[in-house]
Design a protein around this ligand. Structure first.
Ligand code: SF4
Length: 460
């Protein structure tokens, strides 16, 4: 559902719609923070705004349609619309700008990660208020996630050219944020009450490659722009706040082994989101995946040896062009052997502009779906057995929802559950009414059972 983000209602007012992935969400946060810093207000409705900004997603066809429809709605309700985000960078079949061709009345179009361009367009159409309320902006900026967790984007773009993906053509090559800036933002987020930091990028393990792991500065000390150094520092910054640091989009390069001891020591969460996509070397080659030549089963075994409690999340594609039954069975065996704790699977879907569309022997639609279902049956059995092993354990969980201060129960997550993509820990109403908790609290919970992808627990 499209939701207009809002604060108080005085002029000048900007309507803002944020679509797309967590990386797009961080772009939205940067733009909203800047708008607020300059004294603009946000409007609850298209009609009540002086101008509307739509942050779009252009990754799959459904997302393109949703973005174009939202721009259309904003144009008919308001008439003054600025478009930013991935779809803004997309070209139409004749080489022109896709958004401009469909909606020629938009005031301005930018690609992703373009706060300054968006602000320039806003200034051109709705002049800056005279007395900016700079002091009213919290030091951590404006956040779109609940107050207790936040995404931290460490880089933009990607140096790989996976054949099913068009992100590099929309977002460009890897550009790592300066390590000092990233760490400063992390500390501001913890100071602002964030209990869980989710590190995101297109390829977290490649952090710093573009700047040759240059040495930056943090707290007056040199720190290299490198995944290991970044993760070490994030763990240090999080410690006094008792906060969690969770890593997403990590590729299985050998140097990732270096961060596993930090997980074993509890410096960062023992959770790795590694998008393997497939296991068969020929399919990985056709996908042009990073780290496709690595021995992933051995690597996973080594990670589990170094940190037995590690939880591995991954996504896979079934029915990639040319995938044979034998290659698919290789994937099923990999899933079984690797015992991936949390696995998602998509049936291959050709994205407009992706080079994989030209590959020989596309798999028929129905077979792609059938393979996805077969994969998920294996994945769900692995995951259910893993959840069952947790029954009886006591663990720290972070509360996401609490009814009547937890007296009617609540919903929380353990280190094994990233928000929105993994399961949850369903908290039962406590037997003693004195046991209360609120959203954003860490509590200890004893696991008493499972329910689908979730655990059921009582607060202890
Ligand atoms: S690593 Fe591959 S899938 Fe991920 S953003 Fe880069 S090109 Fe796309």
């Amino acid at each position: 559902m499209t939701e207009i983000l809002a604060t108080a209602a005085t002029t000048p007012k900007i309507g803002f719609v944020s679509l797309g992935c967590p990386k797009a969400l961080t772009d939205s946060e940067l733009i909203l923070t800047q708008l607020s810093a300059e004294g603009y207000q946000t409007s609850k409705t298209f009609e009540g705004a002086d101008l509307v900004i739509v942050n779009t997603c252009g990754f799959i066809d459904d997302a393109v349609k949703e973005s174009l429809d939202t721009i259309g709605e904003a144009l008919s309700a308001n008439g003054r619309v600025i478009v930013t985000g991935c779809l803004g960078a997309k070209t139409a079949a004749d080489g022109g700008n896709l958004v401009r061709e469909v909606h020629p009345k938009v005031l301005a179009v930018t690609g992703p990660h373009a706060t300054q361009e968006v602000m320039d367009a806003v200034h051109a159409h709705v002049p800056k208020p005279h007395d900016p309320f700079i002091d009213l902006v919290p030091p951590a900026g404006i956040k779109l996630t609940p107050r207790h967790y936040a995404y931290l984007k460490i880089s933009e773009g990607c140096n790989h050219r996976c054949s099913f993906c068009i992100i590099p053509s929309m977002r460009g090559d890897l550009v790592s944020r300066p390590v000092g800036d990233v760490l400063k933002e992390a500390r501001a987020l913890f100071e602002g009450g964030v209990k869980e930091l989710l590190v995101v990028s297109q390829d977290t393990s490649a952090y710093g490659v573009d700047v040759k792991y240059r040495t930056g500065f943090w707290d007056g000390k040199p720190v290299r722009t490198r995944m290991l150094d970044l993760v070490e520092q994030l763990g240090r910054i999080a410690e006094p706040y008792g906060a969690w640091v969770r890593l997403h989009y990590v590729y299985p390069y050998p140097h990732v082994d270096e961060i596993i001891p930090l997980m074993a020591q509890g410096r960062v969460l023992p959770y790795l989101d590694v998008p393997f996509q497939h296991s068969h070397p020929d399919v990985l080659k056709r996908m042009k995946r990073p780290a496709s030549g690595e021995r992933n089963l051995e690597r996973i075994a080594r990670w589990r040896e170094l940190c037995p409690q590690i939880v591995i999340r991954s996504t896979f594609i079934a029915g990639f062009p040319g995938e044979t039954e034998a290659e698919f069975e290789h994937l099923l065996e990999f899933m079984q052997e690797a015992q991936i704790d949390r696995a998602g699977c998509f049936a291959y879907s050709p994205v407009d502009g992706a080079t994989a569309n030209q590959l020989a022997n596309p798999v028929p639609d129905a077979l792609r779906e059938e393979r996805r279902a077969r994969f998920m049956a294996v994945a769900e059995a692995v995951s259910a057995a893993k959840l069952q092993q947790k029954v009886g354990a006591t663990m720290q969980v972070l509360v996401d929802q609490a009814s009547a201060l937890g007296r009617k129960g609540g919903v929380a997550r353990s280190y094994a559950d990233a928000p929105e993509i993994d399961g949850t820990v369903q908290l039962l109403p406590p037997s003693k009414a004195s046991k209360t908790y609120k959203v954003g609290d860490f509590v200890r919970a004893r696991i008493v059972g499972t329910r689908g992808h979730d655990l059921v627990a009582e607060v202890v």
